[in-house]
Design a protein around this ligand. Sequence first.
Ligand SMILES: [Ca+2]
Length: 120
Amino acid sequence: MNKKHLAAAVLAACMILGGPVASWATGGWRDAWLAAYPDPCPELVSAAQSCVLCHDGIPGLNSYGDDMGNMNFASIEALDSDGDGKTNGQEILTDCTMPGDATSVPVTTDTWGDIKALFR
Ligand SMILES: [Ca+2]
């Protein structure tokens, strides 16, 4: 099995197993991210649980994952990791878009903050 096949197999296992990967080293990052952002939109929770929030392959990181030097996620909220003009904080906290994917755009003109405000 070459590296490409191994990476694909690990990514598939991560996406299929979801919960059990919590015991992996990278599961600690996912859990820390979910603890730091306890109320993100469901799409970002799903992305975190399936590893694609920070990875574009295993062990490859996307631009947001590359910017994570530590688990202080707030310290990279002001950055625009994917270069789409929106800060990571804006993408996570209001737009519900992927901070490591410049092609990820809001599905509605309402922000996640607007939607949450409807239920306050
Ligand atoms: Ca961005």
